[in-house]
Design a protein around this ligand. Sequence first.
Ligand code: CUA
Length: 319
Amino acid sequence: MFGRLMPETASLQAVLTDRIFIGLTIASALILALVIGLVLVFSIRFRRGSKINRHPLPEIVSREFEIGWTAATIFLFVFIFWWAASAEIGAYSAPPGAIEIHVVAKQWMWKTQSSNGAREINELHVPVNAPVKLIMTSQDVIHSFFIPAFRLKRDVLPDQQTEAWFQATKTGTFHLLCTEYCGTDHARMIGRVIVMEPEAYASWLSAQPEGDDLAHQGERLFSERGCAGCHAPGSAVHAPSLAGIWERPVPLDGGRFATADAAYIRDSILQPKRDVVAGYAPVMPSYAGLLDDGEIQAITAYIRALGSEPAVVRDLGTP
Ligand code: CUA
């Protein structure tokens, strides 16, 4: 019924979003019609010169009636809040096992890389009917990742990581836009998302040039850029081992704990002196300007590939 009025709908999230949008539009239209109708009725009935009784009515509104309609209105608003919030929260948490795509925005292009190393610029190939998680950061200014047909829009920020996910429900080619003004060529920061049948996607992926996967790139950077000099087991410099820390609690100076997720690893690389691991000296220099966002993502993928081993993390706090 509303198909013609809405932009193309090509993801699970788009269906949910449209349902909320159309539901609220209908509810608002009904309330608007009621208000306008009453304004018309009253302005005709009580127009100047009409012989209608203008004395106040006797008290007919009971306390129960008052409580009833107030409660009904509150429930209606709580329902609307729950409805929209649950869709919004769902849009942030990708289901486990989603395909992970790393996105780096820069003036003025989208660089994407899947975890097996396939890189693209201003294009993103994904399979249909499979959840895809986007892990995004910006190399310069604030951009915003927008696929109208998926109703997906998420800011992409420098020095921070944002995530989003979608599940495409239709094959085809869809617009990918930047929707945050980011400089001269903002309007040309346009890409396309190509949604393919799973078999077609698999053959596209295998036809991509043999790139190192992200974790192997990270492993190489880890030794080339000198991380291994201190963090490798058996190093003369006393630095925490990074094996097994992924998504585990890390004890910090001052009795606090951090979770070794992508954001923490990123902060630790760029601002190592801010949150020092308990029991270690703040000797690590910042790598801001020495590693770009793609390289930080690769090193993060490497640390992640090293696993989550609770036993190792316990050792972290007792050097
Ligand atoms: Cu990037 Cu606008």
